[in-house]
Design a protein around this ligand. Structure first.
Ligand SMILES: Nc1ncnc2c1ncn2[C@@H]1O[C@H](COP(=O)(O)OP(=O)(O)OP(=O)(O)O)[C@@H](O)[C@H]1O
Length: 713
């Protein structure tokens, strides 16, 4: 019996169909699976038509309604039909005639190209050589190397005509999809062997080896990053109605190979720029681990804030059935620590970090210490708690303060140690512990237990966790295969924590893997946002190793970001209102628009300004994913509040020199030079994180002098 597969191209089109057309499509596709091939092709209602003589004999069109046509790939061999597109009737025949579908024998996948456009390009006489001649884009890559990477002869001919990456990107929609990814990486300077490892091999892992050029059936089944097989009657609606959660079905081959790898022989790390699907991989990894849990086993999925955990919980419920969900805990590391400590010490409470800082101020004053409370607090946070030091000898160790730039004599260290001890004793007496103390206690308790609470731990947004939090996680799972799976991105580190996995007993060497395709943000926004980082190479979270060459790229295109400098705060808010109004006029729902401000006060000002201009706006509480007032309002929150989230349109406001960096949150260089640099880097990342939340539209504004972090022209 024929089987039906659906290409991801159909999903956004399905959104445009009205209900009767959708029902008719469901009825037709049911027939695809019910009727033998000859009967199907001859069915009078379906009007399945081959293309005119001389065109691809495998492509058929069929009538869905008076105004909609389906395009089908019906290979001569095998029995799998692929629904490749849903198009308005008048454009379908031309589109179908222009495209060609081929098996990529090296990667084992099915690819589509705009054969007509590429054919014209390669047939055109070469343009007069420019003066001085521009070097060819792939001058350093031989035809043989391209062939081994799965680039076919026709595409090789095409890419020999290119002179710039931009040109390649412009031609992207016409080029066979998997070959395009190969070419883009090569254009970014990635060595051939690395492209083989990162692009070709993950596809081969799915296909299990080379595929014959006429074996469409196998190729369709292998192309799981763009194609889904429909299993039963109800599925067509479920498959096609999934534009907004395509991540559940169409994993990139690299995403799939990481999420569903049977075993990692120890902790594994997935890193990559914003929007590359690290969270998606973490969610699928949880699915894989939950499906393979031993009896009585449990999986922990954790992230940095309550807001992120809340959104993971929601997404996981879309991916796992209830039975599997019951074996997974989704909580922050802080909540885990609190739960563990309360098992031993039920009346312990949580002390705010700001409160703990105040406590240090008291101790410094009482003891008449010659250092500021901030300095002593930083010694506590970045030395004592970061390294889990429990004795004065540990603090006196010459290596203890590695990375701190202000030297301290032995006597000075003794004095600081005794001040820290007084503050810690006070916390314990009052039974109100700040998070780092909770973690120190939790790690101790868990470390002493032979039975660990979790079989596997999956960590998202790992770049921001403090070493004390990592110690709790490390102690909550026994070292061994599949123990920890960590996703993170150091470019997005917005808190002041630096971590060495090796020192924490988390060895990811040989098990760290990049993701490079951004699924969220348009090329225009991403390229602009990358300039905020000023080409600073990123490092892998937890190891500090420089990321291997290769950049994040997006296949989405759109408008460039809009930048607006206003003379004063009132003018900036008025211009913001104008921008929000034009997004509304372009059909973007209020709830799909997010405005960020640098501070909480800024949030209040934006909310009242937008309301003052007659626009629905509400403070967004990412903690609960709720808005104060009506759900149908523009979300307004701090730049920290949007970490890990995304919106169709994002306005990043208040990007003013005085607010970014906000010097009151940056350690003075007199206190510690290294910490000063790291705090500044965190504030730069904050702008980067806020800007990379935008899916389609980004607006950035300031008043007076703009932030030095903004890209310069
Ligand atoms: N294979 C996929 N197919 C379709 N959409 C995807 C895929 N992978 C990720 N996405 C979508 O891309 C967006 C970004 O994914 P995700 O949040 O997992 O990225 P991330 O790397 O964790 O981002 P960030 O680090 O910026 O928070 C989401 O909307 C997600 O649904």
């Amino acid at each position: 019996m024929p089987r039906l597969a659906v290409d991801a191209t159909c999903l956004p089109q399905y959104e445009k169909l009205d209900r009767p057309t959708r029902e008719r499509l469901a009825a037709i596709t049911r027939k695809f699976r019910e009727l033998p091939l000859p009967e199907l092709l001859a069915h009078p209602d379906l009007l399945i038509q081959a293309l005119p003589e001389g065109q691809d004999p495998r492509i058929r069109t069929f009538r869905i309604s008076d105004s909609w046509t389906g395009v089908l790939l019906a290979p001569e061999s095998g029995e799998t039909f692929l629904l490749v597109h849903l198009l308005p009737r008048e454009s379908a025949a031309q589109w179908a005639a222009d495209q060609r579908h081929d098996v990529n024998p090296v990667m084992g996948t099915l690819e589509r190209r705009d054969a007509s456009a590429l054919g014209e390009r390669t047939a055109a006489p070469s343009p007069a050589p420019p003066e001085p001649p521009e070097p060819a884009l792939f001058a350093d890559v031989s035809d043989e190397a391209l062939r081994q990477l799965g680039v076919d002869a026709e595409t090789v001919r095409f890419c020999r005509t290119l002179t710039s990456r931009e040109e390649l990107v412009d031609w992207g929609p016409a080029v066979p999809q998997d070959q395009f990814e190969v070419l883009l990486h090569l254009a970014d300077g990635m060595p051939v062997e690395q492209v083989m490892r990162e692009v070709v091999q993950p596809r081969r892992a799915v296909s299990g080896g080379p595929v014959a050029p006429d074996d469409y059936d196998t190729a369709i089944r292998n192309t799981r990053h763009r194609v889904v097989l429909v299993d039963d009657d109800s599925d067509i609606e479920q498959v096609l109605g999934r534009e907004f959660d395509a991540w559940r079905v169409f994993l990139h081959p690299t995403q799939r190979s990481l999420a569903y790898r049977p075993v990692f022989h120890g902790p594994a790390l997935v890193y990559g720029g914003p929007g590359t699907g690290k969270t998606v991989v973490a969610l699928h990894r949880v699915k894989h681990l939950a499906e393979h849990l031993p009896l009585g086993g449990r999986v922990l999925l954790t992230s940095f804030t309550n807001a992120l955990v809340e959104s993971l919980r929601r997404d996981l419920a879309l991916l796992l059935d209830e039975e599997l969900l019951a074996d997974v805990d989704v909580v922050t590391a802080d909540k885990l620590a609190l739960n563990v400590v309360r098992e031993e010490w039920p009346d312990v409470g949580l002390r705010l970090d700001s409160d703990a800082r105040g406590l240090f101020a008291n101790v410094v004053r009482k003891h008449g210490l010659p250092w500021s409370a901030d300095f002593v607090f930083q010694e506590y946070r970045h030395v004592v708690m970061a390294q889990g030091i429990t004795t004065v000898e540990g603090y006196l160790d010459p290596d203890a303060r590695r990375g701190r730039s202000t030297p301290l004599s032995t006597d000075q260290r003794r004095e600081i140690w005794s001040a820290i001890s007084v503050a810690r004793a006070w916390m314990r007496r009052t039974k109100q512990l700040p998070t780092l103390e909770l973690h120190a206690a939790a790690a101790r308790i868990l470390g002493a237990r032979s039975e660990k609470p979790y079989t596997n731990i999956v960590v998202d947004e790992g770049q921001d966790l403090h070493p004390a939090q990592w110690r709790t996680l490390r102690a909550a799972v026994a070292p061994g295969p599949n123990d920890m799976f960590i996703a993170g991105d150091n470019r997005q580190r917005i808190y002041d924590n630096t971590v060495s996995f090796r020192q924490l007993g988390i060895n990811v060497v040989g098990r760290s893997h990049p993701l490079r395709v951004n699924y969220r943000t348009t090329t225009e926004i991403l390229t602009w946002a990358e300039r905020i980082m000023r080409g600073r190479g990123s490092t892998e979270p937890g190891t500090g190793a420089p990321e291997p060459p290769g950049s994040t790229h997006s296949l989405l295109r759109g408008a460039p970001p809009v930048l607006h400098g206003a003379p004063d705060a009132a003018a900036e808010l008025a211009a913001l209102a104008g921008q929000v109004r034009s997004w509304r006029a372009a059909g973007i729902a209020p709830g799909d628009i997010c405005v960020t401000a640098r501070t909480r006060r800024g949030v209040t000002e934006v909310v009242s300004a937008l309301r003052g201009h007659g626009l629905p706006a509400a403070r967004f509480n990412p903690q609960q994913h709720t808005v104060d007032d009506s759900a149908d309002a523009v979300r307004v929150t701090t730049m920290h509040g949007v970490k890990g989230l995304e919106f169709r349109a994002v306005a990043v406001t208040g990007v003013t020199a005085a607010a970014l960096p906000l010097m009151e949150h940056v350690t003075s260089p007199d206190l510690d030079e290294n910490q000063h640099r790291s705090d500044l880097a965190a504030q730069r990342s904050l702008l980067y994180v806020a800007c990379t939340r935008a899916r389609e539209a980004l607006y950035v504004s300031w008043h007076g002098e703009p932030s030095p972090f903004l890209p310069r022209d």
